[in-house]
Design a protein around this ligand. Structure first.
Ligand code: AHM
Ligand code: MG
Length: 334
């Protein structure tokens, strides 16, 4: 890989060589990256800025918002609303879609995001991130929530930015997965890995074990077999990691392999899962598939799910292909 390829150059070359990134999409991705730089700066201030703690408000999911949830949401909206590349945005932190105001030109793309994923980790200085997904607005006048209800296979770009010891932007436009590390001195994202691939097998799983007693039988079976180690049917010892930031757990999996699960459980049986389909599961599932992994909800490929509503939730099993296929098979065998 040639040294010091900036995100801008990578996108220009994608546009030029493959022709599958139209100029407006390139602009959109650059703007998202710029917003992520702004969020990274805010995150880095920690207790020195007015960013930690609760905002004393609830989002549409009934979850308490942190100050940084709201700041990150505003940064993304302000960066993206005026460029002319978007028709509307949707966010974990907003009940309704945000239509680009009339004073700005309207573009043909829709941007969805979880502005600050892993909110419970903000105040304790553990990795958090921004997740985003880009769709094309269906033809027709105006824009409505219905326009966002597209299967994950329709995404034209997806990615996340993880704010950890390093700030790393991870992106797919359907041509593999590329990672860009923020060069803090230069203020630009630099390409640091390309054609990322996840091994098909793994000895590392990520799940919140404290929910074990609430899990469904297939999930209990899968984890129980992992825990039996070399003496059990898997005949190998497994390691466990759980960061409680999907962004950071997925980043570890894209970097060194593994499998991530946030299944349906009996705590709130009417909800299909905790994570949101359109701006968490779909972009992550596409990245994982682009890296040779798999992603299902236990029954079907996540990217094939036709969403019924904007903030729809879903069970998530993603990562190493053979492990995801195994736990999915356990769901069909019960
Ligand atoms: P958030 O978007 O409100 O931060 O919630 C999503 C997060 C994921 O990043 C993470 O995998 C999960 O919630 C952790 O949940 P739990 O605290 O139940 O382990
Ligand atoms: Mg989230």
């Amino acid at each position: 890989m040639s040294s010091k390829v900036s995100l801008t150059r990578y996108l220009v070359e994608q546009q030029r060589i493959d022709g599958h990134i139209p100029a407006q999409l390139r602009l959109l991705l650059e703007v998202v990256a710029r917003a992520c730089k702004g969020i990274s700066m805010a995150v880095g201030k920690g207790a020195l800025g007015d960013i930690l703690g609760s905002a004393d408000s609830e989002n549409v999911q009934g979850e308490m918002q942190k100050k940084l949830d709201i700041i990150a949401n505003e940064v993304l909206i302000e960066a993206n609303e005026w460029g002319g590349h978007l028709a509307a945005m949707a966010s974990e932190e907003m009940e309704a879609i945000y239509v680009v105001p009339n004073r700005y030109p309207q573009g043909e793309y829709l941007l969805l995001f979880d502005p600050l994923d892993g909110s419970s980790n903000i105040d304790v200085n553990v990795s958090i991130g921004t997740i985003f997904s880009v769709l094309l607005k269906p033809e027709g006048a105006g824009v409505s929530e219905q326009d966002f209800l597209q299967a994950g296979t329709q995404q034209v770009a997806a990615g996340y930015c993880v704010y950890g010891p390093q700030t790393t932007l991870v992106l797919t436009v359907g041509d593999g997965v590329a990672m860009f590390t923020l060069d803090r001195e230069r203020g630009s994202f630099v390409l640091t890995s390309e054609h990322v691939q996840i091994p098909k097998d793994t000895k590392e799983f990520a799940i919140n074990m404290s929910n074990m007693r609430h899990w469904d039988t297939p999930v209990k079976r899968y984890i129980d077999e992992c825990l039996q180690g070399v003496e059990g049917p898997r005949e190998k010892d497994f390691n466990m990691r759980w960061i409680a930031s999907m962004v950071a757990d997925v980043h570890r999996i894209l970097t060194r392999g593994g499998v991530f699960m946030y299944p349906w459980d009996k705590r709130e049986p009417e909800k299909p899962g905790k994570l949101r389909l359109l701006y968490e599961a779909n972009p992550m599932s596409w990245l994982i598939e682009q890296a040779g992994g798999a992603a299902t909800n236990g029954q079907q490929r996540i990217l094939d799910i036709k969403p019924g509503k904007l903030h729809e939730r879903v069970s998530v099993f993603l990562g190493a292909k053979n492990e995801v296929e195994r736990v999915t098979r356990y769901h069909s065998e019960r």
